[in-house]
Design a protein around this ligand. Sequence first.
Ligand SMILES: *[C@@H]1O[C@H](CO)[C@@H](O)[C@H](O)[C@H]1NC(C)=O
Ligand SMILES: *[C@@H]1O[C@H](CO)[C@@H](O)[C@H](O)[C@H]1NC(C)=O
Ligand SMILES: *[C@@H]1O[C@H](CO)[C@@H](O)[C@H](O)[C@H]1NC(C)=O
Ligand SMILES: *[C@@H]1O[C@H](CO)[C@@H](O)[C@H](O)[C@H]1NC(C)=O
Ligand SMILES: *[C@@H]1O[C@H](CO)[C@@H](O)[C@H](O)[C@H]1NC(C)=O
Length: 123
Amino acid sequence: MNSQLNGVHFLFVPTVLVLLYFSMARTTIAVVEVHNINTDQSSLLAFKDNISYDANDFLAKNWSVETPICNWYGVTCDSSHLRVTSLNLSHMGLVGTISPHLGNLSFLRKLDLSNNSFQFSSK
Ligand SMILES: *[C@@H]1O[C@H](CO)[C@@H](O)[C@H](O)[C@H]1NC(C)=O
Ligand SMILES: *[C@@H]1O[C@H](CO)[C@@H](O)[C@H](O)[C@H]1NC(C)=O
Ligand SMILES: *[C@@H]1O[C@H](CO)[C@@H](O)[C@H](O)[C@H]1NC(C)=O
Ligand SMILES: *[C@@H]1O[C@H](CO)[C@@H](O)[C@H](O)[C@H]1NC(C)=O
Ligand SMILES: *[C@@H]1O[C@H](CO)[C@@H](O)[C@H](O)[C@H]1NC(C)=O
């Protein structure tokens, strides 16, 4: 009777460990996915949300979620990681505030918003 119970125990322990291992691995993958191109897309969409004037709705049309952000006007991506490395929207006559979400573009190295009318958001 006793040895039977022990046998049950020994079967249970490794099963629990294996399940724990897989759920931890899954969590790690999920975290990695959050900080990828989807973060860059939502940062750029938040940036677009804070543009109050955009002649002919150029960005409103071009920055469409139907096309990959690396094809969006003014956006340059790193070819191996497909992360946004440069944003150049100079000379577009845009009016708005600079969304703090721009700070989430963690691979951004070049930003040119010259000759527009941007203000920093008070938020
Ligand atoms: C910027 O956009 C956010 C929504 O993404 C909005 O809540 C906020 O009021 C906007 N700020 C300005 C100054 O437009
Ligand atoms: C957005 O602009 C880029 C660069 O000018 C162009 O290649 C692309 O086709 C445009 N996309 C849309 C959906 O208008
Ligand atoms: C941004 O684009 C403009 C015009 O296309 C170009 O003259 C300027 O040098 C670019 N800015 C940067 C920082 O590369
Ligand atoms: C500023 O941008 C406008 C287009 O919005 C352009 O016509 C003008 O030549 C630009 N000025 C400079 C100094 O680049
Ligand atoms: C991006 O930045 C904003 C404001 O700085 C922050 O509230 C938000 O949680 C960030 N989003 C992600 C996905 O990191």
